[in-house]
Design a protein around this ligand. Structure first.
Ligand code: GDD
Ligand code: MG
Length: 373
């Protein structure tokens, strides 16, 4: 099976995590995000993957190469300018000399274990031209809302519905960004233009062979904001989503690299990368990822957080519900909480208090005690 994965977005909602790394390869627990998608797809018989990129994907190529290590074939298509979700598909078709008769198309930012094999089987059984993977949510306003009839034929598609377009039910089905498509779909997309598949193509296909495949109990998360990135991390650590990390963690729900020097406590679920040190009296966990070469100072506390490679956390500092990007230095006694996101190589001086979802951009130098908020 062939799959086209769209990775052309800039990931602006994840900044500063995506200031230096594109969204497809930001580290999620212990591997580049896209590796989760590729491992999941490989498990459903996908062997040929085309990554549709909006700009030169140097970092993505460096991280994933030609896919050999992952056991599949990976190709890259780079748009001359952003073509939109449908325009990108059309361009990929032209660049690879024709996509397969039937293929998968995916948004490149979903962490999921949806049963694509079942979705393909339904697609074949109904003779659909397109089958959208659907997942239930309480609030569909940030997604594509999909309405279906009793035969699962799509009767309406509303991208980012306004409150007035909602019908006041508890559970809505949204498009999961997982599509099984027939080649014929490509005939609907003009060449060389910026076209949105959500706004132009799905509405045009309503009543014309577009179906929904309801994934009731699967895990599904668009990791495109810091809150959802953290939640996705926790769900991987807890085993709420089936991933390769679960095997690594095993029954203890923790993985501490062999050479880690830990005088303090590690409370599972937790992952601690190679070369890290945890000083006496420090407390790491639960729900913590420490990357490689992270230093946690004496009596520091790290809880419900992701701390990426090479970060130094000072003595007595507190990091709770936060994301700290590679190379940052957190001063003694500093407090990070409430969803703060600290960018690459930021220096947070001693005694700062950063909370309330604050985002500090790469290389910022905060003098001691500069912010207490
Ligand atoms: N190649 C390319 N070119 N890729 C693009 C472009 C483009 O011009 N624009 C967006 N993408 C990629 C993004 O990188 C992402 O992987 C995917 O297309 C979807 O774009 P998002 O910006 O993440 O869209 P969204 O999350 O607001 O909404 C989409 O996903 C929802 C599920 O998460 C829509 O498809 C919704 O209908 C859907 O419910
Ligand atoms: Mg998205």
């Amino acid at each position: 099976m062939q799959a086209v994965i769209l990775v052309g977005g800039e990931g602006t909602r994840l900044r500063p995590l995506t200031s230096r790394q594109p969204k497809p390869v930001i580290t999620l627990v212990d591997r580049p995000f896209l590796v989760y998608m590729l491992e999941w797809l490989r498990g459903h018989g996908v062997q040929d993957v085309i990554l549709s990129c909006g700009f030169e994907p140097t970092r993505v190529r460096e991280a994933l190469g030609d896919g050999e290590q992952l056991g599949l074939k990976l190709r890259y298509v780079v748009e001359p300018e952003p073509r939109g979700t449908a325009g990108a598909l059309k361009y990929a078709d032209e660049q690879v000399g024709g996509l397969a008769e039937r293929f998968l198309m995916l948004n490149g930012d979903v962490l999921t274990d949806v049963d694509v094999t079942a979705q393909i089987a339904q697609h074949e059984a109904t003779g659909a031209s397109g089958t959208l993977g659907l997942v239930p949510v309480d609030d569909p306003s940030a997604y594509g809302l999909v309405l279906c009839d009793g035969t699962r034929a799509v009767t309406g598609f509303l991208e980012k519905p306004a409150p007035s377009q909602l019908i006041g039910i508890d559970r809505y089905y949204i498009s999961a960004g997982i599509y099984v498509l027939e080649r014929s779909i490509l005939d609907l997309i003009p060449s060389g233009e910026n076209v949105s598949i959500e706004r132009s193509i799905w509405p045009a296909l309503v009543g014309e062979g577009l179906y929904g495949s309801h994934a009731e109990s699967a895990y599904w998360m668009d990791i495109g904001t810091p809150e959802r990135y953290l939640q996705g991390t926790f769900d991987i650590l807890e085993g709420n989503v089936r991933t390769g990390v679960a095997e690594l963690l095993g029954d203890s729900y923790s993985h501490v690299a062999e050479d880690v020097a830990a005088a303090g406590r590690i409370v599972p679920p937790a992952v601690v990368g190679a070369g890290s040190t945890i000083a006496a009296g420090a407390h790491v966990g639960a729900l913590v990822v420490l990357g490689q070469n992270v230093t946690v100072g004496e009596n520091a506390r790290v809880e419900r957080s992701v701390v990426l490679d090479g970060v130094t956390i000072g003595a007595g500092a507190e990091v709770v519900d936060c994301i700290v990007a590679p190379g940052a230095v957190i001063g003694d006694g500093a407090v990070l909480r409430g969803g703060a996101v600290i960018g690459d190589d930021v220096r947070v001086g001693a005694g700062n208090v950063l909370a309330s979802g604050i985002r500090v951009f790469p290389d910022t130098d905060l003098p001691p005690g500069a912010i207490k908020f």
